[in-house]
Design a protein around this ligand. Structure first.
Ligand code: NDP
Length: 242
């Protein structure tokens, strides 16, 4: 298979995987974090290994993209890497304590997904005039990134050094949602797709929703079962609605 064929097929496979993942995750919750029973892969190592293709494989495809150096292709590549350098290296290093080990299939499936998703997104970027869609998309990405970073920061500060228990988070979008970090993540990639207007970018949005919406629901139910005083007005993923 040539690289061009890979770039053609990968987003189509990502969409098919998303269509399968969405219903499955409402019945089987992925085994990491609070939903992990007994894992085998250390959490920090798992994050670095599974997310690495989204830094290195993407960067290679982006730099070898004929549009590299042009304004939009450069801007979108920088936004992607700003997210994934943070997620791959900074996020695990900031985790308090070792984190709960992941069940083996979680980093494996995530690694395969990132191999499929990253290079096609870098290769498909195409230069266009910086129109209103680009402005809107970049604005959504930046707002989503800020929500995601802030929400992950709130979770991190719930624990003291060496602690591994769970508390009710407050502040920012936790006022309305149980998993605003996921909400911010989906907003980011929606903004990226609005600006990029490529099939791999929209396939990524579809898969992210298929993955994170059921998990947000699992987290929401978990909070409600675990904490009798959980704020009743808080919703899983859509403020005031769901
Ligand atoms: P979680 O919200 O489950 O956990 C994030 C961190 O906070 C973990 O270290 C967790 O500890 C800790 N934590 C969570 N809730 C509490 C609490 N109530 N009290 C104390 N500590 C808590 O997020 P994920 O691990 O699922 O995701 C992490 C990041 O990765 C998010 O920003 C998410 O958006 C992103 N992500 C993106 C995906 C995509 O498809 N693009 C897929 C999955 C994640 P512990 O590990 O011990 O539970």
């Amino acid at each position: 298979m040539t690289f061009d064929q890979f770039v053609f097929w990968a987003p189509r496979i990502v969409i098919a995987c998303g269509a399968l993942t969405f219903p499955i995750l409402f019945f089987i919750t992925a085994g990491y974090g609070r939903h992990a029973r007994s894992g085998q892969v250390p959490a920090k190592l798992g994050w670095v290994v599974m997310e690495s293709p989204s830094v290195f494989f993407f960067a290679w495809a982006w730099i070898t993209n004929p549009g590299f150096g042009r304004p939009l292709v450069t801007l979108l590549g920088v936004l992607w890497l700003a997210h994934y350098v943070q997620r791959t290296f900074v996020f695990p290093s900031l985790m308090r304590g070792p984190g709960r080990p992941m069940v083996w299939y979680v980093p494996l499936l995530a690694l395969l997904f990132n191999l499929l998703n990253s290079a096609p997104n870098g290769a498909a970027l195409t230069e266009r005039p910086l129109d209103a869609w680009v402005v809107l998309g970049v604005a959504l990405f930046v707002v989503g990134y800020a929500i995601n970073l802030h929400s992950d920061h709130v979770l991190r500060t719930l624990r003291g050094p060496g602690e591994s228990g769970y508390r009710i988070p407050h502040g920012g979008l936790y006022r309305w949602l149980s998993s605003p970090n996921y909400f911010g993540e989906l907003l980011e990639w929606t903004g990226f797709a609005v600006a990029a207007q490529t099939l791999p970018a929209w396939a990524f949005v579809f898969f992210t929703a298929a993955n994170l919406v059921p998990r947000a629901w699992s987290n929401h139910r978990w909070y409600r079962e675990k904490f009798a005083d959980y704020p009743p007005a808080r919703r899983a993923f859509v403020p005031y609605v769901w």
